[in-house]
Design a protein. Structure first.
Length: 109
């Protein structure tokens, strides 16, 4: 689960998490894997939201390459299709996550 998350205060988040566990168990995951997967998905979505809100501009990308030496990260960010909407990028990222979950489920059956 999300470390440090006070789900008693974040009622909507707790409800989403519970519903996600239900969907995953209904899809065939055992409860343990469903809880771990739901927590991972929640962390992914929260992290993805923060990332979308802080995407660097071209100058920042050059700074990453020159000063911080995060060459692979900077190259990857530079290839991000800025014409694609934030929603489309999020759908693509969640799709990758769900593909992984489906693979795990198939392998466990």
């Amino acid at each position: 689960m999300a470390a440090g998350a006070d789900l008693s205060r974040a009622a909507a988040l707790a409800t989403w998490l519970d519903q996600t566990v239900t969907v995953l168990t209904d899809a065939g995951f055992d409860l343990h894997d469903a809880v771990l997967s739901a927590g991972s998905l929640m962390s992914f979505v929260i992290g993805r939201t923060a990332e979308e809100q802080s995407l660097p501009d071209g100058k920042t990308l050059r700074d990453l390459q020159d000063r911080v030496r995060l060459k692979a990260v900077a190259r990857g960010l530079a290839t991000t299709d800025r014409r694609q909407s934030a929603d489309a990028r999020a759908r693509q990222a969640v799709g990758i996550f769900i593909t992984g979950l489906r693979t795990i489920l198939r392998e466990s059956q």
